[in-house]
Design a protein around this ligand. Structure first.
Ligand SMILES: Nc1ncnc2c1ncn2[C@@H]1O[C@H](COP(=O)(O)OP(=O)(O)OP(=O)(O)O)[C@@H](O)[C@H]1O
Length: 305
């Protein structure tokens, strides 16, 4: 038995000659904000559409709470989707759009639920504004409100920040974090790792239809953290000097000969000066700095660009 809320196994989608998704296996646990990161055409939308039941896989399996999706009647009811443009009527207000959807879902007397949803996505003060006069961020928030109809357990958002200005990005980001706090598991795709890093708890990098890496937020931040890497004969001999002479508190002995120093105020030359004055020979010292985007580009073979 797996703890995963969603598990995909060897999922493949073939469009004639194009393999959009190739044998993808992933586990998404309850409460995660799972970031799917990939360049344009990497296969993000196709993978999310298969998980969301919009595209039928060529092969492979999708399990929801340990049951295969097509055997689980509740599967699609418990999943909210915002993939591509939601079917929003521009001449109607957010309230009217939600009302139409709820009628279509067979929900009677939806007034209270609509107000609660508008409040949740921050549109309650825009009741009289027609959607055609909405900002992109407001439209996305309405799209999320539509995806939230029926109180799903899992929300799938395909590039929800695409095309938004910084203010819109912040609004959508805050909404996603709030929904996650309320218990929703969220799967979100983007081609901008930097942006995903502000919200996601776990990541999968997809490239040419294949998952090339899955990594937790902690692991990713650790890999991208700025640090000085120091190599000496005996790491234990340099620790007292780092602590006392340079007041360095944030460091890690990674093996008997190597220390990583994370204090941002310390420079290489200060370390060299103090260790040399104590007759400690330095085999190597270097500053390691790799931004999130650089990390992503290197993984997808475009690090030199
Ligand atoms: N219905 C389809 N028929 C044929 N090819 C398709 C179809 N849908 C997607 N593809 C192809 O599959 C590949 C993956 O597309 P997909 O839309 O999943 O990528 P993506 O990572 O979401 O990219 P983008 O960010 O550009 O939407 C692309 O090469 C795309 O052209």
């Amino acid at each position: 038995m797996s703890d995963a809320i969603i598990e995909v196994k060897e999922l493949t989608k073939q469009f004639k000659v194009k393999t959009a998704v190739n044998k993808v296996s992933l586990k998404i646990n309850k409460g995660e904000i799972f970031g799917l990161i990939g360049q344009n055409g990497a296969g993000k939308s196709t993978l999310l559409k298969m998980i969301g039941g919009l595209v039928f896989p060529t092969s492979g399996e999708i399990h929801f709470f340990n049951e295969r999706s097509h055997q689980n009647q509740l599967y699609y009811e418990r999943m909210g989707l915002l993939i591509e443009n939601p079917g929003i009527y521009p001449g109607y207000t957010a309230y009217q759009n939600l009302e139409l959807m709820m009628i279509a879902y067979g929900i009677k007397n939806p007034n209270q639920e609509i107000h609660a949803l508008l409040q949740l996505v921050g549109l309650k003060n825009d009741k009289k504004v027609k959607v055609k006069d909405f900002s992109m961020g407001m439209k996305q928030r309405l799209g999320i409100a539509i995806a939230l109809l029926g109180s799903p357990d899992v929300l799938i958002l395909d590039e929800p920040i695409n095309g938004l200005d910084p203010y819109g990005i912040k609004e959508v980001r805050e909404l996603i974090l709030e929904l996650n706090k309320k218990g929703l598991t969220i799967i979100i795709s983007s081609h901008i790792l930097e942006e995903l890093s502000k919200i996601a708890t776990n990541y999968a990098i997809i490239h040419e239809g294949e998952i090339i890496e899955t990594i937790s937020k902690e692991e990713l931040l650790h890999k991208c953290e700025e640090r000085i890497e120091l190599e000496v004969d005996e790491a234990k001999d340099v620790i007292p000097i780092l602590e006392e002479a340079l007041n360095i508190q944030h460091y890690k002995v990674v093996d008997p000969k190597s220390v990583y120093i994370y204090d941002p105020h310390v420079e290489n030359h200060q370390i060299i000066k103090h260790l040399s004055s104590q007759d400690i020979s330095i085999h190597a010292i270097s500053k390691h700095k790799q931004g999130l985007e650089q990390y992503f580009l290197e993984r997808t073979g475009r690090g030199g660009e």
